[in-house]
Every structure is written in structure tokens, then in C-alpha cells.
Design a protein. Structure first.
Length: 501
């Protein structure tokens, strides 16, 4: 929505009471405006209390210390919006205002633990946009440029929201770029970052359709062709980042800090370079880039949680968890392909530090979410990290000293435990290792928290990155245990994975 549109909406809605008015007769146009107005207010109020709390705790700022929270709660404003929506719901037909309502509900609900309902709403909004032709450039030019640009803004907002949710849930979007002829919004200081956001989601769509689509692999007959696809998309992503770096300092008002865009870059990079249907065997360069980008994502979220009281969304939780899992699994499956000195630094030193920060992020998220849901998840992640580091340290020292393959390392030659408070040993005797053969039949009860967090349907995602044909032959990696852990973790994917990714 443009600034002018928001101003007009506020003018039309001026005087609406911030109270429940169920049963009061209104014109459909008035109810639609009222729904939009209170949805926007609810989204703003969702961040108001946390923003005010952070401003008050800032030692450099004194202007907000005496400000009290007198605004209606986000939940109350949303309930008022839903009352107005109920008045017109039965007579709703696909229209610009209906699409706007659906998209605003998607944005508001992003702070809930589960994501499938967002996916359904975003898909409904996109299909409604297609039904009224927003995806096409208008042939009838008997409309003003301003009205045409408003149509384009709404369509591309729907595109970005649906692509974000579909990408994080591991599901294909409703429309492919080949069917879209609508122009991007007119570029201005107000829209330059929004356009960059759309272009980033277009890159993610190409990752979905070319890297994670099983049918695309058949079009690339050689390994070189498949790796060329990865390189081309990475070049597009690097170009996008360069444009962002050049544009960001010239913009006076930012909806998001630069760290948000940096998180998008890292999250997309490690998804591009990890094991996929297109490239099941990673090169040394892809392995290192995947691990470092996953670590960069974790560093980004770690700094975000330390320096702000940002609301926790399911995408942010999923993002940091999937970054941690991708980093550990890629490190363990690929460390033998990386030069020894680099592997020692990257897989033992850096991965150890990033694993600790990932565990801290999960602990902070658990505390802020006000639920014990994430506590078991954080514990299981520590077990996974401990065992991964143990396997890599044993393998790297064996490779360097040429110890017999069945030799075990002395206690003083293992790398430090992730949770040092529990002593110098690696595995907790009371907790199963995620890599112990045969210890995880099916989906263990210990992983119920994953399905509670991300959804229930285990076969609804294309983020199955550990199929049998990918990891066959990797004797050092317990395929069955890894599949069980990842499948149970992201069953349904229903927040990166950022992944707000």
C-alpha cells in the first residue's frame, strides 16, 4: 500500500470507534474500509509494546521513558477487524479489497506457531488475484497510471507473501513467473526496497523450480550442467546483494534494517548450495559456502535476539533451526572433501561456535515464546551438535595421524563439548545419539515438539534433502537416523525456514 493510499484510508475511517460494534448496520464499502483499517492497526500494535520496551531500555534515549502503553491491544484490534469482515464475508467476490484483507491477515498471523493456515490464505489471495487478472499487464489503458501502479503493487505483494510462505513450508507456489506479465511497481524511494524484496523472492522461486524440482534434473544431462545452474543462481543472488548495498545508504527511511536483508541473503545461499535433487553430491566450494552461509544466518539471528526484543515468528524459529541442522549435516557429510587445514578451522572451530549460538538462539526463543515447546528441541539440537563434532574430530585426527579406522580417540583428544557444564564427555548417557544406528525407529516421541511447532503432515514438503539415493555410500553418516530426525523436525513445515528465510 502506498503512503497516499494509507492516508486516504485513514481519512475515510476517521472517527471509527475502537470498540466492538457487532450488529451495527453499515454499507459494504464502509465495512471493507473498516476491516482494512483495523487489520493495519493490529499489525502495528503487534510490535508497539516490544518497540516501546526496547526504546525505554536504551540508555541513549530518554524521550520514551515516561510514555505509557495506552493503545488497544493487537488482539483486540484484530477482533474488531474480524467483526467487520464477518459482515461482508458471505457476499465477498474476488476484488482488490478482498485480496488486501487476506494478505493483511497472513501478515498478522505470522507471529503464531503454525504456518499452514497462512499458506492456504496466501494461495487463496494469489488465485483471487489471477482470477481478476492482476497478473497481466492491462490491455485497456482507460485507467490512470496511479490506479495501474496500485494494481501492480497489490499483485506483487501477494506474490512476495505467497512465495515467502511456500518457500519456508517447502511447497510450490500457485503461479510461475512464465505466466506473469504485470510490471513491477513504479520505482521510487518508497518502493526501491520493496522491488528488491520481490526480486529476491523471484530468485527463490527459481531455486524451487530448478534446484528442488525433481523434473528439472532430467533437463540437465551432465553434472557440469547441473552445477552451472547453481552457479548462475548464485551469480544472480550476488548481483542482487550488490544492488542492495549500493541502494541502501541512499534511502532515508527503512522498513527493515540492513541485517534483515543480509539474513535473506545467507538463508537463500545455504539452501541453494546444500544437498538437493539437482546436485546430490556437493563440490568443495559448495560445501564451504553452504556451511559458512548457514553460520552467517545463525550469527545474524543471534545478534538480532541479543540487541532487540523482536517478536518471534514461526519463520524465524524454523530459519535458525534449519540453518543449524544444515550446517551440521553438511559438515559431517562433506568434511572429508575439504582440505585438512580448512576443515579443522571450519568444521571444528567455526561450527562449534555457530552450534553454541544456535542453541542460545533456541533458548532465547523458547523464553520469549512463553512456552516449553522449544526446550526439548534445543536439547535434541545439542545432542546432534555434540555427536556431529565428535564424528568430525575423530575423522580429521584419524586422517591426519593415519590411526587405524577402528581406533577411538583418547578422552583428552576429543573436541570440547557444546554444553561444557555437563563435563568433558560428549554424549549424555541418558539421551540417544541422532547417529546411533537403529536407535530412532520411525519418529521418536522425543520429537513431538517439532510436529507441534511446524505442523503435522510429514509428506507435504519438498525440503526432503536426505533421500536414500543422495547419501548412499556415506558410511560415516547414519542415513536412517538423519532422515528420522529431519523428517520429524520439519514434518509439515508448518515459520528459515526467515527461514524468515
Amino acid at each position: 500500500m502506498s503512503t497516499r493510499y494509507l492516508g486516504d484510508l485513514v481519512s475515510r475511517c476517521h472517527g471509527f470507534p475502537a470498540t466492538s460494534t457487532a450488529g451495527v448496520a453499515r454499507q459494504p464499502e464502509s465495512s471493507a474500509d473498516r476491516t482494512l483499517f483495523y487489520l493495519i492497526m493490529a499489525i502495528g500494535a503487534a510490535n508497539y509494546s516490544r518497540t516501546l520496551k526496547q526504546l525505554k531500555s536504551n540508555d541513549m534515549s530518554t524521550a520514551f521513558r515516561d510514555v505509557e502503553e495506552v493503545s488497544p491491544s493487537s488482539a483486540f484490534l484484530y477482533s474488531v477487524a474480524m467483526e467487520s469482515f464477518a459482515e461482508i464475508a458471505q457476499d465477498l467476490r474476488p476484488s482488490v479489497s478482498m485480496i488486501q484483507m487476506l494478505l493483511l491477515v497472513c501478515i498478522y498471523s505470522s507471529h503464531n506457531p503454525l504456518g499452514p493456515s497462512q499458506w492456504q490464505l496466501a494461495g487463496f489471495a494469489m488465485r483471487s488475484a489471477v482470477e481478476i487478472g492482476l497478473h497481466y499487464s492491462m490491455k485497456n489503458r482507460n485507467v490512470s497510471e496511479e490506479a495501474l501502479d496500485e494494481r501492480n503493487r497489490i499483485f506483487w505483494t501477494a506474490y512476495a507473501i505467497e512465495m515467502t510462505i511456500s518457500y519456508n513450508l517447502g511447497r510450490p507456489p500457485s503461479i510461475s513467473d512464465e505466466h506473469i506479465t504485470a510490471s513491477l511497481p513504479t520505482e521510487s524511494e518508497e518502493t526501491v526496497l520493496a522491488i528488491l524484496h520481490i526480486k529476491h523472492r523471484q530468485i527463490q522461486r527459481r531455486i524451487v523450480s530448478q534446484v528442488y524440482c525433481g523434473g528439472f534434473r532430467a533437463q540437465c544431462r551432465t553434472v557440469e550442467e547441473r552445477r552451472a545452474v547453481i552457479s548462475k543462481i548464485q551469480a544472480e543472488l550476488d548481483e542482487w546483494r550488490a544492488v542492495l548495498r549500493n541502494s541502501f545508504p541512499t534511502i532515508t527511511q527503512h522498513s527493515y534494517p540492513y541485517s534483515y536483508w543480509d539474513r535473506l541473503y545467507h538463508g537463500t545461499t545455504f539452501v541453494l548450495h546444500r544437498t538437493s535433487p539437482l546436485c546430490p553430491s556437493l563440490t568443495e566450494a559448495s560445501s564451504k559456502l553452504c556451511i559458512r552461509s548457514a553460520g552467517g544466518y545463525i550469527e545474524n539471528v543471534y545478534d538480532l535476539l541479543r540487541t532487540s526484543d523482536v517478536p518471534i515468528s514461526w519463520m524465524l524459529v524454523q530459519g535458525v533451526l534449519y540453518a543449524g541442522l544444515t550446517m551440521l549435516v553438511t559438515s559431517q557429510t562433506c568434511f572429508t572433501r575439504i582440505p585438512h587445514d580448512t576443515a579443522l578451522s571450519l568444521c571444528l572451530v567455526d561450527c562449534h561456535a555457530w552450534s553454541r549460538k544456535c542453541a542460545v538462539c533456541l533458548a532465547i526463543m523458547n523464553e520469549r515464546w512463553g512456552s516449553s515447546l522449544l526446550s526439548r528441541l534445543a536439547t535434541q539440537y545439542e545432542v546432534l551438535a555434540d555427536n556431529t563434532l565428535r564424528v568430525m574430530s575423530t575423522g580429521l585426527i584419524h586422517k591426519h595421524t593415519e590411526l587405524p579406522i577402528n581406533d577411538t580417540l583418547p578422552a583428552d583428544r576429543t573436541s570440547p563439548r557444546l554444553n561444557s557444564a555437563n563435563g568433558g564427555g560428549y554424549a549424555r548417557s541418558a539421551e540417544p545419539s541422532l547417529f546411533d544406528t537403529g536407535q530412532l525407529p520411525g519418529i521418536p516421541e522425543a520429537y513431538e515438539c517439532f510436529t507441534e511447532l511446524f505442523g503435522e503432515h510429514g509428506n507435504s514438503s519438498f525440503w526432503e534433502i536426505f533421500p536414500q539415493d543422495i547419501l548412499e555410500g556415506n558410511a560415516e553418516f547414519n542415513l536412517g537416523a538423519a532422515n528420522a530426525a529431519v523428517h520429524s523436525t520439519f514434518a509439515g513445515q508448518g515459520d528459515g525456514w526467515g527461514i524468515c528465510m
